[in-house]
Design a protein around this ligand. Structure first.
Ligand code: ADP
Ligand code: ADP
Length: 235
């Protein structure tokens, strides 16, 4: 469960990115944040993992308020998927996936057999789930296509079986056909684990296709909150 209570965010330059957002996302829901560039989607997502401190209001994950002090407790429960993948491209697929559990690993030269056994097993399981084979384990990420790289990003995000997945424009760098596959994969994995998903998108059609609920933002304000069927194109 994620709860935003009257969250506002004013960036240091004076831009008001979020204006009094209140929102409760129940456990297991797939919630899409929809809105054009600059609407505040990223700012809202970053309040959940502590990369942003709201100027006003509170954010809760379960019963725990997000504060700098308890970020360490909360971060293992949150998997993050990025627009630009944020992988270590010179490192192997295996090392990047393991980084979801051991953040320091990808800078080391990767020898898969040196990783803890339980992590090796988990990486193999996740790669299979995201449609990559064991042959990809020792490939460098830089040799993969964009779609394959985001598959690695998704595997990494699920490494610790987090209760929450935050995805910030996860398909904005991908072709439309690949985008659909990647979102389907992300949502399928989240549902298989009962994870709550908060995913920002700017494409209405993709939001409609994959969301249980759409929250639309415009200039930092919540302008729609409801099931996809209730969202009219001009909303
Ligand atoms: P979106 O993710 O919907 O594109 P953002 O949350 O990135 O929207 O941005 C919302 C507004 O806040 C924009 O006007 C953006 O320029 C501004 N903004 C975002 N991050 C920062 C920052 N770190 N410093 C100053 N302004 C920011
Ligand atoms: P991402 O793609 O990871 O969401 P962005 O490309 O939006 O990041 O922004 C890169 C960095 O610049 C971030 O730290 C973001 O907070 C900051 N930023 C974004 N928009 C602005 C802005 N209008 N003014 C100042 N900083 C910004």
């Amino acid at each position: 469960m994620i709860r935003f209570e009257a969250v506002s965010q004013t960036h240091s330059c004076g831009t008001q990115a979020l204006k009094n957002i209140s929102l409760t996302i129940p456990a297991g829901q797939v919630c899409v944040l929809l809105g054009p560039s600059g609407a505040g989607k990223s700012s809202l997502l970053r309040c959940v993992n502590g990369l942003n401190q709201p100027t006003a209001g509170k954010v809760f994950v379960g019963d725990i308020e997000i504060t700098p002090r308890n970020l360490k407790t909360i971060r293992p429960n949150i998997g993050m998927i990025h627009q630009a993948f944020n992988l270590t491209t010179r490192a192997t697929v295996a090392a990047n996936v393991i980084a979801g559990a051991l953040p320091a690993v990808p800078t080391l030269p990767a020898l898969f057999n040196l990783f803890p056994r339980e992590h090796q097993a988990k990486v193999c399981e996740l790669l299979d789930r995201v449609g990559l084979s064991e042959a990809h384990l020792t490939r460098r990420v830089s040799e993969l296509s964009g779609g394959q790289q985001q598959r690695v990003g998704i595997a990494r995000a699920f490494m610790l079986d987090p209760a929450i997945i935050l995805a910030d424009e996860p398909v904005a760098s991908l072709d439309p056909a690949v985008s659909e596959d990647i979102l389907a994969l992300l949502v399928r994995e989240a549902r298989a684990r009962g994870a709550t998903v908060l995913c920002s998108l700017h494409q209405l059609d993709l939001a409609r296709q994959f969301a249980d609920r759409i929250v639309a933002l415009k200039s930092g304000e919540l302008v729609f909150d409801g099931p996809p069927a209730d969202l009219t194109p001009d909303a």
